[in-house]
Ligand binder design. Sequence first.
Ligand SMILES: [Zn+2]
Ligand SMILES: [Zn+2]
Length: 465
Amino acid sequence: MATPLYSSKLSGSKFKNWIKAGLGVLYTKQGIEPFVYDEIEQFQQKCLSDICNNNGLVAGTTCSSCCTENVIVCPTNRICNVGRGKCKFHRNSATQYLPAGCPNKICHNFKNDIQNAHRYYGPSYKNTDASQWCGNAWQIAKCFMPPDGYKDVTCALETDFNGIISVIINYKAFQSKIKDDLSKKSSIFEKAREVGRAVRHSPKLEMEDTDLQQYFSDLQNLLSDPANLSADKAAQNAKTKLLQLQNDTLIIGKDDIRNVLDDVAKAVQDKIRTEIDEHRKEAEKKKLELINTTNESVKTIANQGDVSIAQLDNALKSAIDKIEKQTKESLTKVQSEADVAKKQIHECADKEVNKLEVKAEVGVKQIEESTDKGVSNLKVEAETGVKQIEESTDKGVSKLKVEAETGVKQIEESTDKGANKLEVKAEAELKKLSAKADEKIKQIEESTTGNKEDEYNKLKEADSR
Ligand SMILES: [Zn+2]
Ligand SMILES: [Zn+2]
């Protein structure tokens, strides 16, 4: 049985820890944005001046007429899937590869420079728009981000922490600006990336005190890299914010909490779209509810301006109370549904007893004995069914509602089916018994027991679904 994710009370302090970690990631991202942008812009300018020098072009020559498809040969691994002769990337006559290169002698050279600057020689061309390489340095930065999810991003502000970290790791020349070894799996940037993941994928939007401390120290290590960041104004500003956040003295910008929550909401919505397991999907929906409720609570207090930690505390508490109340209400509803189910099962069992008692009155003592055994079996089975339904109230809230309804229906159906079978069986056996009673008693007992086992298996099956 899966663990009930929202049956236990949400922890206010762990939820607050989680928000603080999210804010820590946001401030760290803001702290390195200018550093990353400057470096990529310098790369862009150096590429352009080198290309002009090497091709006899007038300084300042640019091109905005080549699209990405024009400079990427077909097929290219991970971009083009030519398949049965038709490439979805180079899809029409305007988006064919230009074997002669850029008419202004810029773009195909630019593409080679980007290729060579990538740590793994695999830029994400799917993300980028080559027609803007000369005009928007961030279109070049996007070549160093993960291949999916950045197509519509146009600047550092719109890029998430993972995207920015990827630029530092994948653009080889960053190594000259960072003391830590960027090729290591345990570099300060890889560790910071893990913090972002832990926030996004937290199963209950909670974080332990010890984890929070570790994450803060990972983020501070990144912002303290002695080569450049330790003297970078934005990075040091972020570091100060992290310290204040840790000491609960920070005044939080009114949009910061919403930024953190919206970022995670996006990840949660993706999960809801793709998750197949109903139970996990339900847990993600609960997370989204909590995020939305928290956003509302924060909005009411942040109307006046920035938010103190004490105000944040109150907003989180009121969000949790609201969610708790909703959960309790739906639990009560499920409980009363389970009670109805219990009653229905008992009624079915009672009906069964009456039918069998009529048969007994016919006066065949042997049948009466064997069917009595059947009745008590049925009762035990019905009670097991009820017990299992009661146990399943621990599962998920909305899921249980559906389970209880189908469970009852299935038990009802199979009980009815059992009753009919038993009736037919009893009648047949009665006829036979009137002919030669004593000899048949054993067989009747056996067949009734067999039938009961069938019935029991059905009940078990119905519940285990
Ligand atoms: Zn192609
Ligand atoms: Zn061009």
